[in-house]
Ligand binder design. Structure first.
Ligand SMILES: [Mg+2]
Length: 263
């Protein structure tokens, strides 16, 4: 009998960095499958559930679409809970826009928008920010995929959605809703979409203190910080966010899952 039988994996910085998998991640995750239920829960706002599962499979992980939930899906779900067809102005990747449109929402000009949606946008321009400002000036609300400062790639870090939310903060606007980790409502909704209700046997595994670990703390489940991504050991004391376990890479995860790891 495993100590933890529901495992929630973050993706960027935890299972892979860019196109490279992190040490031991493929073997460990594939071995745990079958013995535990899995959820791949990412703040990445550019990928649909299907695209997330596909990327995982390309890298060697076994993964099904129903096991993957990203902040794009959570945003679409949140907007759909407000109204069937929402008009939005995108300051985000084409991927997020596609997920929202597929869910029945419509991308419109700034003046018509009810919501400005923000996610990582590698095509961000001054003109897009100006469009966002126009929409906000017309009474739109700000909905953001996450507040991540950065995300890890092969050779370092890249600015996250938080950098773009910061631009809106600089213009005097704060988000109405954050659709990813560490928002406990978003995390619990992801558990629900996966059909995996939280209990004492659920463990969240991630590389970022202020998203994965703080999120686990807020929903009241145990957590593992893996030091292959954004947060370092020194950050733990500095940020005062306490993971249940800290590991250098995922090779140490199986003993924790069995109940042999020291908390
Ligand atoms: Mg991460």
């Amino acid at each position: 009998m495993l100590r933890y039988s529901k495992l929630v994996f973050d993706l960027d910085g935890t299972l892979y960095r860019g196109k490279e998998t992190t040490p031991h991640s493929v073997d460990v995750v594939n071995r745990l499958r079958g013995r535990a239920e899995l959820l791949f829960l990412s703040n990445n706002s550019s990928l649909s559930r299907r695209a997330m599962a596909e990327r995982l499979r390309e890298l060697g992980f076994e993964a099904r679409e129903d096991e993957a939930v990203g902040s794009a899906d959570l945003m679409a779900d949140h907007l759909s809970s407000l109204r069937e067809h929402v008009l939005f102005f995108p300051v985000c990747s084409p991927g997020l826009e596609e997920v929202l449109v597929a869910a029945g929402h419509r991308s419109v000009a700034a003046e018509e928008a009810e919501f400005v949606v923000v996610g990582v946008d590698v095509g961000l321009t001054y003109a897009k920010l100006a469009g966002g400002l126009t929409a906000m000036g017309h009474g739109a609300r700000l909905i953001v995929a996450n507040l991540d400062r950065v995300f890890p790639i092969e050779d370092g870090l890249r600015p996250g959605a938080g950098a773009i939310v910061g631009a809106f903060h600089g213009m005097g606007f704060e988000p109405d809703a954050v659709c990813g980790k560490p928002n406990p409502l978003a995390i619990e909704r992801a558990f629900e979409l996966r059909g995996m209700p939280k209990d004492k046997r659920l463990l969240m595994i991630g590389d970022q203190l202020e998203t994965d670990i703080l999120g686990a703390e807020r929903v009241g489940v145990d957590s593992v910080l893996v030091l292959t991504g954004a947060s370092t050991e020194a950050d733990i004391d500095r940020q005062r966010i306490r993971p249940t376990y800290v590991v250098k890479d995922l090779s140490e995860l199986e003993s924790i899952v069995r109940g042999a790891g020291a908390a």
